[in-house]
Write a protein of this length. Structure first.
Length: 234
């Protein structure tokens, strides 16, 4: 009875406040979540998880060893798909992160991308920035991935102890300088030989994820992989 009432209230709510696609703005059909089927089909996927030594993996060469790395779709200037990131990061649409995380995981899971992963770590925000925003968008993406894969999420292993300015409009050098030494590993015990998957919303130069991954450098036998929702296309 409770579920019936909840369903009826939900239908009534959507009658007065219809849901629309975050990308194109068209009304969503029953069963569609945040993104319509057409936009989901047209999403500029990278398919990098199917390619060894792909451009995302090469981004970390000479900086930090990653076992595998990929990004879900291309973040292109002027593309309507940029609205996904904008709404997730600045529009208060944290649930969009969970939806995208599930989409990503559902497509990557059959390819073996998550095989052997022991724990997933969302790139943390500094506590001041998270308090202002109200949530960490990367954590919500990671929670969505976990719902599909069942892999444990740990948000207490790594913290961002150095407040940093936004990376937007910074040069490549300024981006690396901005995040250098900004993360701290709180609980190194039990990580020896583990395979850690670091998850973030968007990848541009790799500076933030490299700085985050660097805290594991002294852990014996640690393996690191990387997954981001989007990658900036140059």
């Amino acid at each position: 009875m409770k579920n019936v009432v909840k369903s009826c209230l939900g239908h009534l709510f959507h009658l007065f406040f219809p849901r629309s696609c975050v990308v194109c703005g068209t009304l969503l059909a029953e069963g569609e979540e945040d993104i319509c089927v057409r936009c989901n089909i047209d999403m500029p996927r990278t398919d990098y998880h199917r390619k060894e030594d792909n451009p995302v993996e090469r981004m970390f060469w000479g900086k930090v060893f990653v076992e595998r790395a990929t990004s879900y779709f291309f973040y292109r200037k002027g593309s309507d798909f940029r609205r996904i990131l904008h709404q997730l990061k600045y529009g208060g649409r944290k649930e969009l992160g969970t939806v995208m995380g599930r989409f990503m995981a559902a497509e990557l899971l059959p390819t073996g991308f998550f095989e052997g992963i022991d724990v997933m770590i969302p790139v943390p925000l500094h506590y001041r920035k998270q308090r202002i925003r109200g949530y960490n968008q990367s954590e919500w993406i990671t929670r969505g991935v976990s719902r599909v894969t069942g892999i444990h999420v740990d948000t207490s292993l790594v913290i961002r102890e150095k407040p940093t300015e936004t990376q937007t409009r910074k040069s490549v050098y300024e981006r690396w300088e901005n995040v250098e030494g900004g993360f701290k590993l709180l609980r190194p015990d039990g990580l020896a030989g583990k395979h850690v998957l670091i998850i973030d919303d968007v990848l541009t130069t790799g500076a933030t994820i490299t700085a985050c991954a660097d805290v594991f450098r002294e852990i014996e036998g640690i393996r690191i992989s990387v997954l981001t929702m989007a990658v900036a296309e140059v």
